[in-house]
Write a protein that binds this ligand. Structure first.
Ligand code: SOE
Length: 397
């Protein structure tokens, strides 16, 4: 007779927010325990949103046990161990600090906050609650090809890093009549393409380089300064009306350079105006011994140039990151069968559940999120100073 397998302890999850990020995080929580052998079983206890009917529908669709309309009630529940924050940035600090002080672990969407002050308060709350685990949702670190890239850099395959070149290009704001949603207002989103997309590539550059940026020099631009206020809404003090346009108060694009303490140089471009580019996160890293290149639109591939190979055999070669020896892949499909965007969130859930079980702070923690927030603020400060870039005019002959 076989003895019954003891049930795993439950990790109760409560999520605040249920739009795009709420949906992919839900997918991560639902799937992680079906793919990986985890120390505890995530239980999708409750989801929170302000509109009772909509959040109920989201709970049913995404597999949550119950729905609530008050995040404080969610935090107060004894069946919730971890609070997952998927709301716009202006509510991150209040929810995260309350959750940490109530004894919950916290996963918070990126960027950590809208301001450095809020991020500092969040990191301080994490520090005064050392028993609670915190993580920021920089999910792309958990793309197997990029986790593998980090391991190659760490083991010295690229030698000393010289260049990190990162771009994150989208095009959903090209239409000047795209509505003035919360992502286009500073009070709700903090910044524009910079915080939304630039924060991802800052985190990735620092993760891959293994050190924080030492300084930045930047340009930002808002190409379309006014947009239609969405009908029937009142976006952050703007009252809607037919044909009414409101001010865009964040950047549409950010272009910046950076320097690492090791001496490596970095360049970054984050934009929502790259016509034809939907979710193009691309990077190339050049080191003294070789290079790596990655494109999120072909996320199962990593391109490696080994500068130590005989020159007659030199050239970029494509590594298919689909094998059981690659990060996260052993839990998935047979060799050669690739993964996609959503899987990065499954890996995020897996790593967080494991960190909670062993009580060891994972990366990126709230302290790491604060560091990215400081880099975002430095970009904005630099972009606001005319002296940083001194245009040199070419006189007509
Ligand atoms: C913006 O369009 C966005 O949804 C980001 O907010 C996410 O972080 C990124 O993963 C995809 O693009």
């Amino acid at each position: 007779m076989t003895s019954p397998v003891a049930p795993k302890p439950r990790l109760g999850i409560g999520m605040v927010g249920y739009a795009f990020m709420g949906a992919v995080h839900s997918q991560g929580w639902r799937t992680a325990a079906r793919v990986f052998d985890l120390p505890s079983e995530p239980h999708l206890a409750a989801i929170c949103g302000r509109d009772a009917r909509a959040v109920r529908a989201a709970a049913d669709k995404m597999g949550w046990g119950s729905s609530v309309t008050d995040w404080r009630a969610l935090i107060a529940r004894s069946d919730i161990d971890l609070v997952d924050i998927c709301t716009p940035g202006n509510s991150h600090a209040e929810i995260a600090i309350a959750a940490l002080d109530a004894g919950k672990h916290v996963l918070c969407e990126k960027p950590l906050a809208n301001t450095v002050e809020e991020a500092e308060a969040m990191a301080a709350a994490a520090a005064r609650n050392p028993g609670q685990i915190t993580m920021v949702g920089f999910n792309y670190r958990r793309t197997p090809a990029l986790t593998a890239a980090r391991a190659m850099i760490e083991s010295g395959r690229l030698g000393a890093l010289r260049h990190l070149r990162l771009t994150y290009l989208q095009d959903w704001l090209v239409d000047p009549d795209f509505p003035l949603t919360w992502r286009l207002r500073r009070e709700s989103a903090g910044s524009g393409a910079l915080g939304d997309l630039g924060s991802h590539i800052i985190d990735l550059a620092q993760y891959l380089a293994g050190e924080p940026l030492a300084g930045v020099a930047a340009l930002t631009e808002t190409f379309v300064p006014e947009r239609p206020v969405p009908a029937g809404t009142s976006a952050s003090g703007i009252t809607s009306g037919a044909g009414e346009r409101g001010l865009v108060t964040v950047d549409d694009a950010a272009l910046f350079t950076g320097r690492f303490p090791s001496g490596a140089l970095a360049s970054f471009e984050a934009t929502r105006f790259a016509s034809g580019r939907k979710n193009a996160l691309r990077l190339e890293i050049n080191g003294a011994l070789g290079s790596l290149a990655f494109d999120l639109e072909r996320l199962n591939e990593l391109h490696f140039y080994d500068g130590t190979a005989p020159s007659a055999e030199a050239g970029f070669r494509r590594i298919l990151v689909t094998e059981p020896d690659h990060p996260y892949l052993a839990g998935w499909w047979p060799p050669g069968h690739g993964l996609g965007y959503e899987h990065t969130f499954v890996h995020q859930a897996r790593d967080l559940i494991e960190a909670v079980a062993v009580g060891v702070q994972p990366a990126p923690s709230f302290a790491d999120g604060l560091q990215v927030q400081r880099a975002l603020a430095a970009v904005e400060e630099s972009a606001s100073k005319d002296s940083v870039y001194t245009p040199v005019c070419l006189d007509e002959a």
